[in-house]
Structures are given as C-alpha cells and as structure tokens.
Design a protein around this ligand. Structure first.
Ligand SMILES: [Zn+2]
Length: 74
C-alpha cells in the first residue's frame, strides 16, 4: 500500500498552507509546507518495516504544530 495514502496531514500550523510528506535520501521522512517552507524535524528509519512508523511520526509532529519556522523572529 502506498505509504502516502496512509498519512493524514493537516494544514501548515504556521501559515495554513498545504503540508507535504517528503522522503529524504531513503533514510528519513519530514513534512514541509509548500507555502512558507516550515518543516518538521527528520524522522529516521533504518528498514522498510520502520518506514511507515517514521512517516506517521513525522506527520504527528506536523499535525501537533511541532514545526520549525523558516522565518525565525517573524
Ligand atoms: Zn506554511
């Protein structure tokens, strides 16, 4: 099953834009905002089996507002 179909992302907690789940270097997931560039931290995975839980963890951080703003101080 497609991992991306199992992950529900809410709108960006900073600007309300669309969030996008991204896989980086086939070793971690993070979520970033297409509008303002805010992002969650990277959640590493070491095997195919850990992939889904890593994606879910990244989505959970995003959905609970634990994101890093690309515009600190604003
Ligand atoms: Zn945003």
């Amino acid at each position: 099953m497609d991992i991306y179909e199992q992950i529900e992302l809410q709108d960006c907690p900073i600007c309300g834009g669309a969030g996008l789940l991204e896989e980086e270097c086939k070793s971690s997931f993070y979520v970033m905002c297409l509008d303002c560039g805010s992002h969650s931290v990277n959640i590493d995975f070491k095997s195919e089996g850990e992939k889904l839980s890593a994606a879910k963890r990244a989505a959970e951080l995003w959905n609970t507002g634990k994101v890093i703003s690309s515009h600190p101080g604003e």
